[in-house]
Ligand binder design. Structure first.
Ligand SMILES: Cc1cc2nc3c(=O)[nH]c(=O)nc-3n(C[C@H](O)[C@H](O)[C@H](O)COP(=O)(O)O)c2cc1C
Length: 482
C-alpha cells in the first residue's frame, strides 16, 4: 500500500489489523444491526475495531469501520504517540503535546495536490445518492440514517481564510441527495457558516466521510479557535496534509478521503433532523430544522470505507478518545494560563468527557483551588456542556472516580464548597433542558481540597506509609497472594 496518501483510512486499517486490534464482521444489516454489534463491542473488556463488509443490501467491499479509537493501542497509533502503550502510557505520552501541536500548526499548512484516489468516482447533480453507501441507522429511535459521525466538515473564516475542520452529526436527507449538518451554535464551524451567510448569503463546505481517525479525533475535539485542524494534523504528523482543493468551494478535501462531498449551505435550506442517540446517553431535544447541504459533487474510492463513530450511553464509540484528549487539553490549558501546581486533569468517560471533570492540584495559596475550578469550568476546551468540576488535592488520582468521590465526601462542606455558575454554555442535547428553553446550563465547582487554612492540621488519612507498605508486602506478599 505504499502509494496510499497520508491519512488514508486503508493504511490505518492495515496497521491495526497487524496489531491484532481489528475484527471483521460480514453480513450484518445497516438497519440497527451494525449499531448494536458495535455497541456490544464498546462494552467488551477489550473493545476491538470492527470492519463491516458484505452489508445486507450492499455490494461486497462497501464497508463501515467502527471503534477506531477505542483502545490505548489504537488511540496511541492514531496520535502517532508510538506502539505498545497502555492507558497510562498514552496519557503520559500526550501530556503537553496539544499545546505544542497547536503552536506548531502554522508551520504545516495543507499541501494541495491535483488528484487523489477518491477521484476514482465523481458523481454530480441528480446522480448524487448518499444511500449508495451502507449508511447505518445506528439506534432504534434515531430519526434517520446518519452518514456523518466520524466525518470531517471543512469550513473557512471568510475574513482570514483559515480552515476549520469539525465533526458534526449528519443525517441523510432528500432520499440521499443531501445531508443536514448539525453544528451547534458557538462551535467554530457554526461561526464560520454564520459569517459566510452574513457576507455572501451562502457558505461553502467540504466533507470527508472516511479518513485516518486522526481527523476524527481532531475534528471532534476542541482545537483552539483560529487553528486549522488540518494544519494541526500536519503538526501531529510532522508533515503537511495533502489535500485536493474543491473546484467550486476552494476548500480542501484530505487526499486520503474514502468518500467526500463538496457543496453549499444557504440559510433557507433546512430539513428536520434527529433525534439521535447522543453522547450524554440520551435522546434529548425534539427533531428540529438544521442546515441542509446541497451537494454539488460527490467523490468516492472504489469499495469505500465509511468511518462510523456513533455516540450513545457511555462507553460509546469515541468516549475513550474524548476522555483522553479532553483531559490532556484541559491540563495543558491550565498550565499555559500560568496556573501553578496542576498535577492532573481527568474528563471522566461516564460524563461523556464533558460533564464531570476532576483536577488535582498541589495547593499553593488561599483561593488557588477555587481559581482552578472556575478556570476549568470556563476554559474554551471544557466550557461546552460541563456540569461538574471537582478540584482535589494531589494525593487524589483525578482519574479514579472512587478517590474523587471519597475526597468530595470527606473534604467538602457542601454549604461552603460548592459554587454554582449560572447561564453557562449548555446544549440542546442536555436531557435536563426544558423544551424550548435557551441552551444555557448551570454548573457546580466542587472544591474538594482540604481547606487551605486547615491544610496542615486536617485529619490525617488513615492508611499506612507507602514505603512501610512496600516493605510489608515484600515480607508478607506470599501469604497475601495465597
Ligand atoms: C462523532 C462526533 C459527533 C459529533 N457531533 C456533533 C454535532 O452534531 N454537533 C456539534 O456541534 N458537535 C458535535 N461534536 C463535537 C464537535 O466535533 C466538537 O465540539 C468540535 O470541537 C467542534 O469543532 P469546532 O469548534 O472547530 O467547530 C461531535 C463530535 C464527535 C467526535
Amino acid at each position: 500500500m505504499s502509494e496510499e496518501p497520508l491519512l488514508s483510512l486503508r493504511r490505518f486499517i492495515e496497521d491495526i489489523e497487524k496489531a491484532g486490534e481489528l475484527r471483521h464482521v460480514r453480513g450484518a444489516h445497516w438497519d440497527l444491526e451494525i449499531g448494536a454489534i458495535a455497541e456490544l463491542s464498546y462494552r467488551a473488556r477489550t473493545p476491538m475495531a470492527l470492519l463491516f463488509d458484505d452489508i445486507q443490501g450492499y455490494r461486497s467491499g462497501q464497508r463501515v469501520l467502527t471503534g477506531s479509537t477505542g483502545s490505548a493501542e489504537r488511540l496511541a497509533r492514531t496520535l502517532r504517540l508510538g506502539e505498545g502503550l497502555d492507558d497510562a502510557g498514552v496519557v503520559e505520552a500526550l501530556r503537553g503535546k496539544p499545546s505544542i501541536w497547536a503552536a506548531a500548526a502554522a508551520q504545516y499548512p495543507v499541501r494541495p495536490v491535483s488528484s487523489a484516489p477518491f477521484h476514482e468516482n465523481v458523481v454530480e447533480g441528480d446522480d448524487v445518492n448518499l444511500l449508495d453507501f451502507p449508511v447505518p441507522r445506528w439506534h432504534a429511535h434515531d430519526g434517520g440514517r446518519f452518514i456523518g459521525t466520524g466525518c470531517l466538515v471543512v469550513t473557512s473564516d471568510p475574513e482570514t481564510g483559515v480552515h476549520n475542520g469539525g465533526c458534526y452529526r449528519m443525517q441523510v436527507q432528500d432520499d440521499g441527495k443531501a445531508t443536514t449538518i448539525a453544528a451547534v451554535p458557538g462551535k467554530h464551524g457554526a461561526q464560520n457558516i454564520e459569517r459566510w451567510f452574513a457576507r455572501e448569503g451562502r457558505a461553502p463546505v467540504t466533507v470527508s466521510f472516511g479518513h485516518d481517525p486522526l481527523l476524527l479525533v481532531l475534528g471532534g475535539t476542541e482545537v483552539p479557535g483560529g487553528v486549522s485542524e488540518l494544519a494541526y494534523a500536519g503538526a501531529v504528523l510532522g508533515e503537511s496534509v495533502p489535500v485536493v482543493m474543491g473546484e467550486e468551494t476552494g476548500l480542501p478535501i484530505p487526499a486520503g478521503a474514502e468518500i467526500a462531498a463538496e457543496g453549499w449551505l444557504t440559510p433557507d435550506n433546512r430539513r428536520v433532523e434527529g433525534p439521535f442517540g447522543e453522547w450524554t446517553g440520551y435522546y434529548a431535544g425534539s427533531p428540529r430544522p438544521a442546515l441542509n447541504l446541497t451537494i454539488t459533487k460527490l467523490f468516492h474510492r472504489d469499495d469505500p470505507v465509511l468511518l462510523g463513530a456513533p455516540p450513545g450511553k457511555p462507553p460509546h464509540d469515541y468516549s475513550y478518545m474524548r476522555t483522553v484528549m479532553k483531559s490532556a487539553m484541559i491540563e495543558d490549558a491550565l498550565v499555559s494560563m500560568g496556573v501553578p501546581g496542576i498535577k492532573g486533569a481527568w474528563a471522566h468517560e461516564t460524563g461523556g468527557g464533558r460533564l464531570f471533570i476532576a483536577v488535582s492540584i498541589e495547593q499553593r495559596y488561599a483561593g488557588h483551588s477555587r481559581q482552578v475550578g472556575y478556570l476549568t469550568a470556563q476554559a474554551p476546551t471544557a466550557a461546552y456542556m460541563n456540569r461538574y468540576v471537582v478540584v482535589v488535592d494531589d494525593d487524589i488520582d483525578p482519574s479514579d472516580l472512587g478517590e474523587v468521590v471519597w475526597a468530595m465526601s470527606t473534604r467538602t462542606d457542601p454549604a461552603q464548597d460548592i459554587e454554582i455558575m449560572g447561564k453557562t454554555w449548555g446544549s440542546k442535547l442536555d436531557p435536563m433542558l426544558a423544551p424550548d428553553a435557551a441552551p444555557y446550563n448551570s454548573r457546580a465547582v466542587i472544591d474538594a481540597c482540604r481547606p487551605w487554612d486547615r491544610k496542615d492540621t486536617f485529619a490525617k488519612v488513615a492508611q499506612s506509609d507507602p514505603a512501610y507498605l512496600r516493605s510489608v508486602l515484600e515480607k508478607w506478599g506470599t501469604v497475601l497472594e495465597g
